[in-house]
Design a protein around this ligand. Structure first.
Ligand SMILES: [Zn+2]
Length: 97
């Protein structure tokens, strides 16, 4: 099967796509569980998100800046592994196309 393209998401679209559990997980991870190379550890004060993408595997790829050092950070959320999310993402792609 052909993989769908990677598409950028805005905050509004992200809010539609994630259920409450996923939102909680997303926020918790971005608050403290992203590796920052310049800090050589987890981001201590969270991430300022600059880009969100829905990848060809229906994972979320988030890019942003560490709030402590402003260094570039990125994190993938493997939501596409979960069938419920995958199906929701495919429907979302159809709705916005
Ligand atoms: Zn940092």
């Amino acid at each position: 099967m052909k993989r769908p393209p990677q598409i950028p998401l805005n905050q509004f679209q992200l809010a539609i796509l994630l259920n409450d559990d996923e939102k909680q997980f997303y926020n918790a991870v971005l608050a403290e569980n992203v590796f920052c190379r310049s800090c050589a550890g987890s981001v201590a004060k969270g991430v300022t998100v600059t880009e969100i993408h829905l990848t060809d595997l229906n994972d979320l790829l988030v890019r942003g800046n560490c709030k402590v050092c402003k260094g570039l950070v990125a994190r993938t959320f493997e939501f596409g592994d979960k069938k419920a999310f995958y199906d929701r993402a495919m429907k979302f792609r159809k709705d916005i196309s």
